[in-house]
Design a protein around this ligand. Structure first.
Ligand SMILES: NC(=O)c1ccc[n+]([C@@H]2O[C@H](COP(=O)([O-])OP(=O)(O)OC[C@H]3O[C@@H](n4cnc5c(N)ncnc54)[C@H](OP(=O)(O)O)[C@@H]3O)[C@@H](O)[C@H]2O)c1
Length: 323
């Protein structure tokens, strides 16, 4: 391990990216992605936009999951001009499970090479999804699980990769399934930062469980982008944004790890491994040992997700049974 990586801020920041980019990683992101079809959520801005641009420039076929039809159409034009072979649009709020189910059933049956679960938010005030769940739980976990289940036949057709954009903020959290439905409170007030970090920890667990359940037919990974200059950071963490300023990564730098993980010729070992990645390398999930959950907590969390997402009768029903 690079000793500088022991200092989180010298690893998650732009200097960390530049240092990590000099390491050898084997296969690069392919120059051409012609013939590959990738679904990206949250592509209207930030890291997701950089991901979609990177895929479009290489000629991939894209399916974009957005919530505003007018912005989605502008984005489609932009990505076609950048080189995308085709751009399909799915319009639904990922926190609305009925809308996700409805829209997913309209996406057709073309095989998919990868899904990038990137959409995310860090709310300052408590908000709920139409089904009554705290919004980060709905958008980071339940919606993407419903979408993954609906896409499974298309994912299996190409031994696809399912990539979850988590956050290094998850490192601070020990998973507490009981708080997810309503969000975390600190001193009787909704705590958006901890609610966000709990669900980001949850994404790492879900990716691992999906991998165990579905590989080698479908592989699942989690990846974190470091600290990136995007709207989410500007608006939800303004003090942090001011302090880090020029040291934040660009959206392209933040997107690189997920772009690579979803498209590069990974060796058999990496494909079999799944797990969490950062800057094209596998990383540990519990640098703080007290955040490691027991098996019963993992099972309770996964079972709760399956029930809340309404997956009890489908192919992901057994998610809790694999840990
Ligand atoms: N920036 C960082 O430093 C950082 C660090 C760690 C992890 N991440 C993760 O990276 C991912 C992207 O974040 P970002 O920083 O690029 O944020 P961003 O610039 O705010 O972009 C977030 C994207 O998610 C979409 N989105 C939010 N809520 C949605 C919903 N309910 N349904 C559908 N789409 C929704 C947004 O759509 P609209 O444009 O319609 O709002 C937007 O396209 C997130 O998962 C975040 O947790 C970011």
């Amino acid at each position: 391990m690079d000793l500088e990586d022991l200092l989180v801020w010298r690893s998650f920041d732009r200097r960390g990216y530049e240092r990590h980019a000099r390491r050898a990683t084997g296969a690069d992101v392919p120059v051409s992605l012609a013939g590959r079809r990738v679904l990206v959520t949250g592509a209207t801005q930030g890291i997701g936009h950089a991901l979609a641009q990177g895929l479009a420039r290489r000629g991939a076929d894209l399916e974009l999951w957005c919530r505003d039809p007018a912005r989605a159409e502008r984005l489609r034009d932009e990505l076609l001009a950048a080189g995308a072979a085709a751009v399909g649009l799915c319009i639904a709020d990922l926190g609305d499970l009925d809308a996700v189910r409805r829209e997913a059933s309209r996406t057709g049956d073309a095989p998919l090479d990868a899904v990038l679960h990137n959409a995310g938010l860090l709310p300052l005030e408590r908000a709920r999804t139409p089904q009554g769940f705290e919004v980060t739980y709905g958008v980071h976990l339940l919606g993407p699980l419903v979408l993954t289940e609906a896409l499974l036949p298309r994912l299996r057709a190409r031994a696809a990769r399912v990539v979850w954009m988590t956050s290094g903020g998850a490192y601070t959290q020990r998973l507490h399934p009981g708080v997810l439905r309503d969000g975390v409170e600190t001193r009787d007030r909704y705590d958006g930062v901890r609610s966000y970090a709990q669900t980001k920890r949850g994404q790492i667990v879900v990716a691992d469980a999906l991998h165990r359940l579905l590989a080698p037919g479908v592989s699942a990974f989690s990846v974190h982008p470091g600290w990136v200059d995007t709207r989410a950071v500007r608006e939800s963490l303004p003090g942090f944004h001011r302090r880090m300023g020029p040291h934040l990564r660009t959206p392209e730098q933040g997107a690189d790890g997920a772009l690579w993980l979803s498209t590069a010729a990974l060796g058999e070992q990496a494909l079999a491994r799944g797990g969490m990645w950062f800057d094209r390398r596998p990383v540990g999930q519990h640098p703080l040992p007290w955040t490691r959950p027991g098996r019963r907590t993992l099972q309770a969390f996964l079972q709760q997700c399956v029930e809340d997402a309404g997956l009890g009768a489908g192919p992901l029903a057994g998610l809790a049974g694999v840990v």
